[in-house]
Design a protein around this ligand. Structure first.
Ligand code: LFR
Length: 506
């Protein structure tokens, strides 16, 4: 059988990548054709994505991918972070630079939404956890702005990139679910929600499903990239987390996953949503996955907390939104020192939206420790330990809550995404969960993206179990067994809970 080559465009919050996946029935290899920074820009007080620079990175990456494969790509798939969008005029012009989900323009929007639709009803209809940046809150905040008033069409970020490449508009379903405008039972638009909030669903082009065709490259794109044949774009799980969950190399149905990177997305794959009031109170989300699945998970701050600390320590300047990349020696030394620091000295709630915005991260962590009556970390090593212990504890809590709320059991935890390189975080997660952790692959989102394309092209066959078996047999994985005194984690969890109860009552 012939080998097929696919380009996965995977845009994350700190960098973008174009990765070539070579696929045959028993073979799967990746080659990173191009990686480029994603540096948001604060403009007149609002934090924006530098979308044209990202698009140029995609073009450069496709060019590099074409060179690497001798112009033999079979198709292209695109995945990015969720919730954000661009607004277009009737002629397709981008009306404004897309706003970053970490911008604070949505402050107060949740109250306005709640006045029109109580949170209980919103959750029962959409199953999406409350995050201040969900698309509905952004749309409420954008009401009456010139761009919104002139808008004829709304494209989510991967759909926007896809539109620029092919000229064909569409709304990919897994990412559409993060707008909080999709009913997870019907997997179609939640029309009553949109009506209650005065959101015009005709802004969204028709839904596409992973595996659907999404057009072929425009002539000008062929010229820019040096590609010389009609090349299709295939819809994949265009939400990066949807693709990352496809990329979990599970061999048993009783697995939990943690997709790590800027965020930690921790939870279970289900075949039906959990829409109970208890689930809402626990802030669990029912995002839609590939092949009719539901991603039942909670957003945890993730390595963002550490990245922001490192940026502050490196630049000594908290007013700069550009990401200062810690050199790997910095990070390695820091993680070594953190590994030797006192375990579980102080823990913070890594699910707290107080950590979403950029700037002053070490101070915000110190404040949280002080407020909850715990020792304040003094050195970067102590702060790093506090962040990693807190993330491990939040991972454990999310997996415990997800199993309880869904009635499922878990025998193994898979960690995928950039966090697999952080061996301390992987070990602490195994210790906290009291379960074996299988770490890898780091490029799970790109792999999930490639696998869905490969199946669509007929290069491989099967459902998610077969795709995952191919990952298991081809990708390097590392297993961590739980170590240490498990009751120390129970005590830390109890300490944090009690401190929060006291704080809430104060
Ligand atoms: C991860 C991610 C999360 C989403 C957040 C914001 O990259 O896509 O799943 O909640 O970014 O879009």
């Amino acid at each position: 059988t012939r080998e097929h080559r696919f380009a996965a465009v995977d845009l994350g919050a700190s960098s973008g990548r174009v990765i070539v996946g070579e696929v045959a029935p028993e073979r799967l290899t990746l080659h990173e054709a191009h990686r480029f920074p994603n540096d948001p820009v604060r403009l007149l007080g609002t934090l924006h994505w530098d979308i044209l620079s990202l698009y140029q990175g995609v073009l450069n990456g496709l060019k590099a991918a074409a060179v690497h494969t001798g112009d033999s790509l079979t198709s292209i798939g695109i995945d990015t972070w969720a919730v954000d969008y661009g607004l277009l005029a009737a002629d397709g012009t981008l009306l404004a630079n897309p706003v970053h989900y970490r911008d604070t323009r949505t402050t107060g929007a949740a109250e306005r939404v709640a006045a029109a639709l109580p949170p209980q009803a919103l959750y029962a209809a959409t199953g999406i956890q409350h995050l201040p940046f969900n698309t509905i809150y952004q749309l409420i905040a954008a009401q009456g702005t010139p761009a919104r008033s002139a808008a004829h069409r709304l494209l989510l970020i991967p759909d926007l990139i896809s539109y620029w490449l092919t000229g064909e508009p569409g709304t990919e379903l897994t990412n559409a679910s993060t707008t909080q405008l999709i009913d997870p039972r019907t997997r179609g638009w939640a029309t009553p929600v949109a009506e209650a909030l005065g959101i015009d669903l005709s802004l969204f082009p028709p839904l596409r499903h992973p595996g659907d065709p999404a057009g072929t490259l425009r002539q000008d794109v062929l010229a820019e990239t040096g590609i010389t044949h009609p090349l299709p774009v295939t819809a994949v799980g265009s939400h990066d987390t949807a693709s990352a969950v496809v990329g979990v190399p599970a061999t048993t149905p009783d697995f939990a996953y943690i997709a790590t990177g800027t965020w930690s997305l921790a939870g279970l794959e289900l075949d039906a949503p959990v829409l109970t009031e208890e689930s809402r109170a626990a802030n669990f989300t029912n995002e839609l996955g590939v092949d009719g699945t539901v991603r039942y998970l909670r957003n945890i701050m993730g390595l963002w907390m550490l990245q922001e600390c490192i940026r502050t320590w490196n630049t000594g300047n908290t007013g700069n939104t550009r990401t200062a990349q810690a050199t790997s020696t910095d990070l390695t030394a820091l993680l070594h020192a953190a590994a030797r620091a006192t375990p579980l000295r102080s823990v913070v709630d890594a699910g707290d939206p107080a950590f979403i915005a950029p700037h002053h991260m070490p101070d915000r962590i110190a404040d949280a420790c002080r407020r909850t009556g715990q020792p304040v970390p003094r050195t970067p090593a102590e702060t790093t330990r506090c962040v990693l212990d807190s993330l491990a504890l939040a991972h454990r809590r999310a997996i415990e809550d997800a199993t309880r709320l869904s009635g499922r059991r878990v025998s193994v935890v898979h960690i995928v995404g950039g966090g697999v390189h952080n061996t301390l975080l992987c070990q602490l997660t195994a210790d906290a969960c009291g379960l074996p952790v299988i770490a890898g692959p780091a490029e799970a989102a790109a792999l999930g993206n490639v696998l869905v394309q490969a199946r669509t092209a007929g290069a491989i066959t099967g459902g998610l179990p077969e795709l995952r078996a191919l990952l298991h047999s081809t990708q390097p994985l590392r297993q961590y067994e739980p170590t240490g005194d498990h009751s120390a984690w129970d005590r830390a969890a109890a300490r944090l809970r009690d401190a929060q109860v006291t704080e809430a009552g104060a």
